[in-house]
Design a protein. Structure first.
Length: 182
């Protein structure tokens, strides 16, 4: 008579005894584990299970009020910063037209779809800059294509004055007070 013996399965290794994976092969303190081995799969599962218990705590981010003039100031400071770094394309995209502010939403119009694609690639950095300097993390930027947008480049002294006067109307008062010529 033949006795049946149960087939032994692989022993379960407690989580603290599981082999550790290493990212550098030169490390001699921990044995290297193949990415396709059972030990590495087990280690990945344990890592995922340990991360499930982690609770993310939401921070209260600042939402300070700001004006359109303050937003325009930092918008153009960021454009100048890009110019100083040599990023002329993005700098010129920021200076094509003036953004409009609706609450915490910045509306920006660009003349064509290609400009919009280039702008979207760099929008995250601009958004981070504005959020940090204006102390408001609710700011969003919406980009729209408007084929009729004309570039507002000032060539003459009068054009430059008019452009600055659009940004800050008090400039006209300064001109009249001191009887300045442009």
């Amino acid at each position: 008579m033949v006795k049946e013996q149960p087939i032994e399965t692989a022993e379960k290794v407690p989580p603290q005894e599981a082999p550790k994976t290493t990212s550098t092969p030169s490390s001699n303190s921990n044995p290297s584990v193949s990415a396709l081995s059972l030990a590495s799969i087990r280690a990945k599962k344990e890592l995922l299970e340990s991360q499930k218990g982690i609770v993310k705590v939401e921070e209260k981010l600042p939402t300070k009020e700001f004006t359109e003039t303050e937003m325009l100031t930092f918008w153009f400071k960021y454009a100048q910063r890009l110019n100083d770094k040599g990023h002329m394309i993005m700098e010129s995209l920021l200076r094509i037209s003036d953004p409009k502010l609706e609450g915490t939403r910045v509306l920006y119009e660009l003349p064509n779809e290609g400009s919009k694609i280039d702008f979207e690639k760099e929008k995250a950095e601009l958004l981070g800059y504005l959020r940090g300097h204006l102390h408001n993390h609710d700011i969003t930027i919406d980009v729209q294509v408007n084929e009729s947008v004309k570039s507002k480049i000032a060539f003459t002294a009068q054009d430059k004055f008019n452009r600055l006067n659009e940004i800050n109307p008090n400039l006209e008062l300064l001109k009249k007070t001191f009887d300045l010529d442009v």
